[in-house]
Structures are given as structure tokens and as C-alpha cells.
Design a protein around this ligand. Structure first.
Ligand SMILES: [Fe+2]
Ligand SMILES: [Fe+2]
Length: 157
């Protein structure tokens, strides 16, 4: 699978989960907890394959977008720390939905920048074959992703 197609599919999966969270009732604590667990699994896996495979490969190929990659890693950093805080936060806590809302704002902003500004530049610089190979590596690497948000590289950056 093409690397950029794979990443965009992940983004769509996460957006669908965000919508489910937004539609959940205010007191649907059990459901909200479950959705956040799924969001965490998806985002940690996605951040892992981006940071381990896609970001370094894209940065090497399009050095001019190095600043974008560095900012992206900082955005991942904020997201994985928020995910780790959510793990220990009771969904009945008044801060829970507020924290998820800010997390969603951050991720939506991040995804928009990846898809609108950056992916097209990477696609233009990489051939179809290279994108296919990267995509295959990322699809395989998903099974190696950690479950702990703070085990992702950007957590320590
Ligand atoms: Fe990202
Ligand atoms: Fe992404």
C-alpha cells in the first residue's frame, strides 16, 4: 500500500472516532472511556510508524520540509502526553471531556497540516515505488507499536 494512502486512512479512522466521542452523551462515561482507549491505540500506532519510518524517510527526501517534520514531532509530543494523562483520568472528572476536546483540536490541526502542505511535497519527491515500499514497511511495523503513549519516541523529545 502507498505510504501516504495508508497514513490518510489512519487519519480517517481517528476522525471517525472523534465524531463518535463528540456524539456520545455527556454521562456516557463507559462509552467515552472505551472510545478514548481506541483513540489511544490508533494514535500511538500511527505516531509510532510516522516517527520510526515515514518522518525520517520524508525528511531525507525533502530536506526543505525539515522544519515541518520538527514541528510535527513537537505536536506528537503534546498528543502522547495528553493520551498518557487521559489514561489515568476518570471519565466522570470534569476535566476529561475538556482534555479530549483539546486533544482533538491538536490532532485535527496536525492532520490538516500533514495532508494539505506536506504530503503533496513528499509525494512529488518520492516515486510511486518508494511510497509503496514505505507503505509496506509501515503496515508491517504497526504490530511492533507500543501500547504506552510515552514509549513513543516523541514523548522524550
Ligand atoms: Fe503526525
Ligand atoms: Fe499523521
Amino acid at each position: 500500500m502507498d505510504a501516504i494512502v495508508l497514513l490518510k486512512e489512519d487519519h480517517k479512522t481517528v476522525e471517525a472516532l472523534f465524531k463518535r466521542f463528540e456524539q456520545a452523551g455527556e454521562r456516557a462515561h463507559v462509552e467515552k472511556r472505551k472510545i478514548v482507549e481506541t483513540i489511544t491505540k490508533e494514535l500511538v500506532t500511527h505516531a509510532y510508524i510516522e516517527e520510526e519510518i515515514f518522518y525520517p524517510a520524508a525528511r531525507a527526501k525533502v530536506p526543505a520540509t525539515g522544519d515541518h517534520v520538527l514541528e510535527s514531532v513537537e505536536e506528537h509530543h503534546v498528543v502522547v502526553w495528553m493520551l498518557s494523562e487521559l489514561k489515568d483520568l476518570d471519565p466522570a472528572d470534569e476535566r476529561f471531556t475538556a482534555k479530549v476536546t483539546v486533544l482533538m483540536e491538536n490532532v485535527r490541526h496536525h492532520v490538516k497540516e500533514e495532508e494539505q502542505d506536506w504530503f503533496p511535497q513528499v509525494r512529488a519527491a518520492m516515486g510511486r515505488k518508494e511510497l509503496q515500499e514505505l507503505g509496506e514497511r509501515m503496515a508491517k511495523a504497526k504490530t511492533d507499536a507500543p501500547t504506552d503513549p510515552l514509549a513513543v519516541r516523541s514523548a522524550r523529545s
